[in-house]
Design a protein around this ligand. Structure first.
Ligand SMILES: [Zn+2]
Length: 388
């Protein structure tokens, strides 16, 4: 395999090849990462591996790659591209004409798990890099390819803590494009995530004995103040940020009981709370109120983790440059998260990639060939701008 092979293979066949590697987040992504590494090596990149075992002991691999200029390098600057190789589950996959890991082209669309989120985008970046002569580079071109983005961004955390090339990217202050699906819109901010479980514990017994303690009786009184807090976050200006649509934390509550039998007293009752932090919203006030409710009603507190929102100035030069390259006037914010939450030490980030988030995570995930071609074009120009 060599550089000519990648260029001639074309975007569709690269995507088909990578989609064929089943890298659902619960499984290992090592084989998919190796394929990416092979391709990158064939076009002149060096690879740094950042491997780990996920909490269930499954081997996972991140890679950070760099292609340096042939001659003396300028001390600062460079181009970067960031993606993940894991994909969401396929239990409900159903297009009627293909399996999830055999990408099939129909009516100008490529269907398959990961075509949109985000193996398609990654292939576009690799193809774009193959179109730039290493001899024309004055600064390095980096690629960061993570595992487990869909399930807590664990891969990005390992990159952030352990990768030497990642540290170099930060020191050099390179511009990094996160290629998540935005329909090639330029995105300068996204929301974060916050989750907590409040749990009441009772005691299970057959209801006929009268000896059980129903956990719901401790949880139910706490629900009214929680609901009031939720309502406040939806309506009070201090919890809103009108740069986002919707401009609220879009708080969600899920109530769960165990066991579910009608003749057994409920042993545990919990409410799971999830919302999406935005810049400028003081979350410590919400947490304080949640802690108060937890204490008042004697509930157990189980952290489900927090990922901060990510935001850069919409007037920042690299955002304006991406707008110019994509032929748009205005950048946007989005409400879903990316590895950008974890990788914010790189201050010059922008999110821009092919396909729509509406087409991802579905039983018939697809991306349009037009979008892929556009991404190859934009990434090529962006890499040229920042690495040449
Ligand atoms: Zn994604």
């Amino acid at each position: 395999m060599n550089r000519e092979w990648i260029r001639k293979a074309g975007i569709q066949s690269l995507v088909k090849d990578l989609v064929a590697e089943n890298s659902v987040s619960s499984l290992s992504n090592v084989s998919a990462s190796k394929k990416v590494a092979d391709w990158l090596e064939s076009i002149g990149f060096e690879i740094e591996w950042v491997e780990y075992q996920d909490p269930l002991g499954v081997p996972k691999a991140n890679l950070v790659a760099v292609r340096r200029p042939l001659h003396a390098t300028l001390d600062i600057g460079g181009a970067g591209y960031l993606a993940h190789t894991d994909v969401v589950p396929v239990d409900d996959w159903n297009t009627g004409f293909n399996g999830p890991f055999e990408a099939v082209e129909r009516n100008g669309r490529l269907y398959g798990r990961g075509t949109c989120d985000m193996k398609g985008s990654l292939c576009c970046a690799i193809l774009a890099a193959s179109q730039i002569e290493q001899a024309s580079q004055k600064r390095p071109l980096f690629m960061v390819v993570t595992a487990d983005e869909e399930v807590g961004m664990h891969g990005a955390q390992h990159v952030d803590q352990r990768s030497k090339l990642w540290k170099e990217m930060i020191q050099r202050d390179v511009v990094g494009i996160i290629g998540e699906p935005t329909e090639m819109q330029v995105v300068h901010g996204h929301k974060g995530t916050y989750g907590v479980i409040l749990r009441a514990n009772g005691q299970s017994a057959h209801t006929s004995t009268g000896r059980g303690i129903n956990a719901n009786y401790a949880l139910i009184p706490a629900l009214a103040p929680l609901l009031a807090l939720r309502d406040e976050t939806e309506t009070s200006p201090e919890y809103r940020n009108t740069d986002y649509d919707p401009p609220t934390l879009t708080w969600n509550m899920v109530i769960k009981n165990e066991p579910l039998a009608l003749n057994v007293t409920t042993a545990t009752a919990e409410v799971q709370i999830f919302y999406r932090p935005m810049p400028g919203v003081d979350l410590s006030r919400i947490e304080k109120r949640l802690r108060q409710i937890q204490q008042d009603y004697g509930l157990e507190w189980i952290d489900r983790g927090e990922k901060p929102s990510w935001y850069v100035d919409s007037q920042a030069p690299w955002i304006r440059q991406m707008l110019y390259l994509t032929g748009q006037d205005q950048s946007q914010t989005v409400c879903y998260g990316t590895d950008g939450s974890v990788l914010q030490d790189l201050s010059k980030l922008v999110v821009c990639g092919p396909g729509s988030i509406e087409q991802a995570h579905r039983k018939d995930e697809w991306v349009s060939i037009d979008q892929l071609n556009q991404a190859v074009e934009v990434y090529t120009q962006a890499f040229r701008k920042w690495a040449c």
